[in-house]
Design a protein around this ligand. Structure first.
Ligand code: ZN
Length: 60
């Protein structure tokens, strides 16, 4: 069994995971754009790191 990661194509998140993800700032549902999640409300982009959304927000 081979396990070759195709790094040229962004992986889509499972729909059920995407459905529960919200922007930590304003709780708006985010949508996937390539290899990032985008919040339509505040415009923030959250990178998807190896299939795992990084939604950590730097706060004061
Ligand atoms: Zn937001």
């Amino acid at each position: 069994m081979t396990d070759r990661a195709d790094q040229s194509a962004p992986r889509a998140l499972p729909a059920d995971l995407l459905a529960i993800l919200v922007c930590p700032i304003d709780k708006a549902p985010v949508s996937q754009d390539g290899d990032a999640l985008v919040c339509p409300r505040c415009g923030r982009r959250y990178p998807i790191d190896d299939g795992i959304p990084n939604m950590v927000v730097e706060t004061e």
